[in-house]
Design a protein around this ligand. Structure first.
Ligand code: NAP
Length: 302
């Protein structure tokens, strides 16, 4: 790998931000600063530079980026308004590269008229591409969704508590299907552990130029295979429930519960093949990074 020492800022100190920080520090090649809404004494005590920022002020963000001489900004903040301010600050501070808080499905596979935060940020990045290089990392579902306590137990503020699709603790599965009378579990999901996502992100910092998207995954499974792996690891049959597409749509309109909404929307995206990432170009580019399989991931915990 070709390398030259530069500075990376990660916006967001917890959740995926922690994994990426660890992976970048493990390379020993980059200076790192973490931007956070609050001081992070635990990180500072571990020798990591943290700067508290007011994300509502473009000038305040730009000031920190300029002072820290940041070359690359990685955002893990799932909020469009905040990310648009960070992008504007990157332009003011002449930051070279930006990674938006994607790390999930491929933008190309999202619906054409998608009002999500991610698409809003993606559109803005396309507008400013001549001044700010950017890439989206696509990785499918985090395997940590299936660890005890789910992704929230890994430090995220997100919705996943380890009961989505598979409730491995209680040996239950709830899967989306197209039709109630033909409940085929043939939708495909790609999965990558957050630790492997972070390793690929850290390796990508060494690339001299970035394509607009970089794809990776640790495993690619149909839902019936996902269930088989979980049942194998737990050595028990799971109680299976299916939820047909029309019922998912109906419930999305009806429920006001945030977590239920996110679960249903993710199921809808799975049925629309949005979690089937396609060609894993990052795995091919960095063959020394051997991402964990779903079976080995589950074996670590269960
Ligand atoms: N592929 C998957 O299955 C999957 C699953 C979950 C998430 N993701 C993706 O991974 C990325 C990170 O997710 P995450 O769960 O780690 O995120 P998160 O826990 O919700 O937020 C990460 C960090 O961002 C900062 N933050 C959060 N909300 C903010 C706000 N409104 N304003 C300013 N800062 C805010 C916080 O840092 P400070 O407290 O230090 O400010 C927080 O620790 C996102 O792009 C998300 O889409 C993917």
């Amino acid at each position: 790998m070709e390398g030259y020492r530069r500075k990376v800022a990660i916006c967001g100190s917890q959740g995926l931000g922690r994994y990426i920080a660890r992976a970048i520090l493990d390379t020993g090649e980059w200076d790192l600063v973490i931007l956070s809404r609050n001081p992070q004494p635990e990180l500072t005590a571990n020798g990591i530079t943290v700067r508290a920022v007011d994300y509502s002020s473009v000038e305040a963000i730009a000031h920190v980026l300029r002072r820290q001489q940041v070359d690359t900004v990685i955002s893990v903040i799932p909020d469009a308004e905040v990310q648009l301010n960070i992008i504007d600050a990157c332009l003011v501070a002449r930051v070279q590269r930006f990674v938006p808080a994607e790390f999930e499905t491929s933008p190309d596979l999202r619906p054409l008229y998608d009002p999500s935060d991610k698409t809003t940020v993606w559109v803005r990045l396309n507008e400013v591409r001549t001044h700010l290089e950017s890439t989206v990392f696509s990785c499918g579902l985090f395997m940590e969704y299936f660890a005890p306590g789910g992704w929230r137990a890994c430090g995220s503020y997100g919705w996943n508590d380890g009961t989505f699709l598979l409730d491995i603790e209680r040996k239950r599965a709830k899967f989306p299907v197209q039709l109630a009378d033909r409940p085929d579990l043939n939708a495909v999901v790609c999965l990558t552990s957050a630790a492997d996502v972070a390793r690929f992100v850290a390796a990508s910092l060494f690339l001299r130029s970035w394509p607009t998207e970089m794809k990776m995954f640790g495993d690619r499974l149909r839902l019936d295979q996902l269930l088989d792996v979980a049942q194998y690891v737990r050595a028990r049959d799971f109680k299976l429930k299916v939820i047909p597409e029309d019922e998912i749509e109906f419930q999305i309109q009806r429920t006001a519960d945030w977590k239920a909404q996110r679960e249903l929307q993710t199921m809808r995206s799975i049925l629309a093949s949005e979690y089937d990432i396609g060609h894993r170009d990052l795995n091919a580019m960095f063959p020394d990074i051997r991402p964990t399989s779903f079976k080995n991931f589950l074996r670590q915990y269960w």
